[in-house]
Design a protein around this ligand. Structure first.
Ligand code: SF4
Length: 375
């Protein structure tokens, strides 16, 4: 393993608009590269420019805590609502093995706790248990949310595709401890691996496990296979362990620069997810109201509309709610100033206006509640 300590110029990355998948407005990568070595990892794709060997050459941003202090000063000075501060990775996992030695993620959490900032964590490592004390403190003072990612809860399958992380059975135990500590948490079922973990029975096992632990959500996503080292690594594992699937993959992954499977394939995942969500009463989005005090009213409207849009499209229904949310994200002024002219915003008709007025009045939307609870 090659470890390179680097001094970064900045640590927080501000998003153009709040991310309704993770409820974040800021994200950070403390490390670059990840020794967890998941076969399907999108972070190893060349477009993210992680130099060297993704799983054996890791960069450590040793000045991350110092930078964070300064960048939080700015957020405080602007009296900005920060959303949840995301430790989600993308090109790393904040709890990969070297974190046990460097403890930078722990320092970051101490700063967030001390300064009353909320956090959203996404990891595949049971090392996160080490920091339950800090997450509990953050949760009591502001908000903490923990997501654990899985491609299934089957230990044997995980050994093939996620050789460098604890087995799903151990990850579930970690989530149980988080729940006992009063921290909201759930499953990111990402990616579902075509023809391996996307079958009804496999998905049902995930819902059963989540229901047993009273988890708060299951957010799922399909696999993208970008050309280059991600695809090469993934298919070498498929060739070794599931050679009979090669032809089926060729049917759904036609060459394209985004690495997407066909729309038809992704749409086929919706039906089992919706049905199991209804059966086990587990929502398919992170329930927003528990965290909404971290957002402005404009942002609340945008996130609720995006959740509505997502949930309708899962049901294969047409929706302009996402388009409306996008256009609202361009508003510079508080939405109350547009309250009587909402229909002049593209994508907003009578029904959407009614939903927005309800959110402005009550902070809630009945329609959203119904969709989220999948009634
Ligand atoms: S834990 Fe996440 S970042 Fe690390 S290898 Fe796996 S998918 Fe990639």
């Amino acid at each position: 393993m090659i470890i390179r300590e680097i001094e970064s110029k900045t640590i927080l990355r501000k998003q153009k608009k709040p991310d309704s998948w993770f409820l974040t407005k800021y994200g950070m990568n403390i490390y670059r590269g990840c020794s967890h070595n998941c076969v399907y990892c999108d972070g190893q794709t060349e477009k993210y420019q992680v130099m060297g060997d993704f799983e054996t050459e890791i960069e450590v941003k040793i000045n991350a805590p110092l930078l964070l202090e300064k960048e939080l000063d700015k957020i405080e000075k602007n009296r900005e609502k920060p959303g949840l501060i995301g430790l989600i990775g993308g090109v790393s996992d904040a709890y990969q093995p070297i974190e046990a030695e460097y403890k930078i993620t722990r320092k970051i959490l101490s700063i967030l706790a001390e300064r009353n900032f909320p956090v959203m964590l996404l990891t595949k490592s049971v090392l996160v248990e080490r920091d339950i004390d800090l997450l509990k403190l953050i949760n009591e003072k502001s908000n903490a949310l923990v997501g654990m990612s899985f491609s299934s809860v089957d230990d044997a399958i995980s050994r093939i595709f996620e050789p460098g992380v604890a087995l799903p059975s151990s990850r579930l135990q970690t989530l149980a401890k988080m729940k006992q500590a009063g921290i909201r948490c759930g499953v990111f079922l990402m990616p579902l691996i075509p023809f391996v973990t996307d079958q009804w029975q496999r998905i049902k096992e995930v819902f059963q496990a989540a229901a047993r632990l009273s988890l708060d959500f299951i957010v799922f996503g399909g696999l993208t296979l970008n050309p280059g080292r991600q695809s090469e690594k993934f298919f070498s594992v498929i060739d070794t362990h599931f050679p009979e699937l090669a032809a089926e993959y060729a049917m759904i992954y036609k060459p394209n620069k985004w690495g997407n499977a066909t729309d038809q394939y992704y749409q086929s995942l919706s039906e089992p997810m919706l049905e199991l969500s209804r059966l086990y009463k587990i929502p398919l989005r992170i329930p927003f109201y528990s965290f909404d005090r971290q957002f402005t009213l404009n942002e609340k409207v945008i996130i609720i509309l995006e959740h509505i849009d997502y949930l309708l499209k899962l049901k294969n229904q047409r929706s302009l709610y996402g388009f409306a949310a996008y256009n609202l994200s361009k508003l510079k002024e508080p939405i109350e100033q547009h309250q009587f002219f909402l229909q002049s915003v593209k994508g907003i008709g009578k029904v959407t206006e009614k939903i927005i007025q309800e959110i402005i009045r009550t902070g809630r939307s009945n329609y959203y509640n119904q969709l989220l609870s999948n009634r």
